[in-house]
Design a protein around this ligand. Sequence first.
Ligand code: FES
Ligand SMILES: [Fe+2]
Length: 434
Amino acid sequence: MLSREDNELLCRVGPGTPMGELLRQYWMPFLPSTELAKPDEPPKKVRLLGEDLVAFRDTRGDVGLFPVNCPHRGASLFFGRNEECGIRCAYHGWKFDVTGRCVDMPSEPEDSTFKDKVRARAYPCHDVNGVVWTYMGPRETPPPFPPFEVTTLPADQVSPPLLMLEECNWVQALEGDIDSSHIDFVHAKVRSDSARRGTYHRDKSPRLDILPTEYGACYSARRRWDVEGMSWHRITQYVLPYFTMIAASDPSLVSARAWVPLDDESTLQIMMRGRLDRPVTEQEQRQARDPFAAWGGYLPATSDPRTRYYTKANLHNDYLVDYELQKELVVGIPFLVNLQDRAMTETMGPIYDRTREHLGTTDAMVIHVRRRLLEAARALRDEATLPANVDAPGLYRVRPASIILPEGESWVAATENARQSDAGVPIAWVPFAS
Ligand code: FES
Ligand SMILES: [Fe+2]
């Protein structure tokens, strides 16, 4: 449970809010590169941390990201012409390059130097492995770019990102990823022999053990394994401020999920996945571009960023719940990416009122992560200090794990190397849902 005040502090990310200021200290993934497929195409609207922006790819291929309102008199740069290394406002023709420099001001006299005094606020962008990232913070020189495994693998080994728009606050969406106990309910099948994709474990009450780290935390959710005397540890990473790496279930896949707040009430899930062993096939790429195809896919988007990656199955049609399917699965929604999770987190309301909840032992990681976020937001606001991972890129070189150990053996010691990207050991993994 949180006080009303702490819940507000935790959830609100607009300009000037303490949590918004914390999130602005980090590089943030916000758009798949395919949205800005070619140079000089019309700009796209972007909404991020409650700000309305426009993004465009200039003639050289560089990405620009500006507040939507033109620095002259505020007309929308969405109507701007993206031409010859800059965007030209349609209203009076002022033109800006990706750095925000005003490079042409044809409405003023030819001998005017006014254009040298005007700048657009430009957020630096970095386009890597299929995802465009930006830095919206106060520094002139952004902090180091986060070298996650998925951002540093060769491009052909990385899938297009999996994307899902969620109509709720980013924190409740994020909390679903650090809550191992739900896998035995909302992702489960009713009978172990069902052919439907779902989990089925006999031990449905995991014991959580949290390891706080400089970059956030990781935790083990321990269940009794089917073999007497053995325990199964699902070890998930949380990297400040909104990245997760779910317990490993494949020998070659590395991933990082981001729960990116478009504003206080809409979140874009960006799941980045790469392979250590080989390039991604064309079929795998196709699947990643339309991951919800089996349940209606995405609805056509308008220019509004909140309509992109919005699935046909959604809050307003109960996710097309199917009671026939529900005879085999706990919930009558298929286990497709995070659709089942979303049905749980969106229905909490746009910003869940945490004064009303009742937390149990399996919510320990949720409690820890909230505390870390609140502490970090307050430390920035009150003491101007930042979490270590803003400036220590090595802290992003981590992996999740999943491992079966004799009862009583320390998961922390047993996975010391497996939790490091660069320790030269294989991924520690256990198959997950079938
Ligand atoms: S408002 Fe953009 S050039 Fe005038
Ligand atoms: Fe889940």
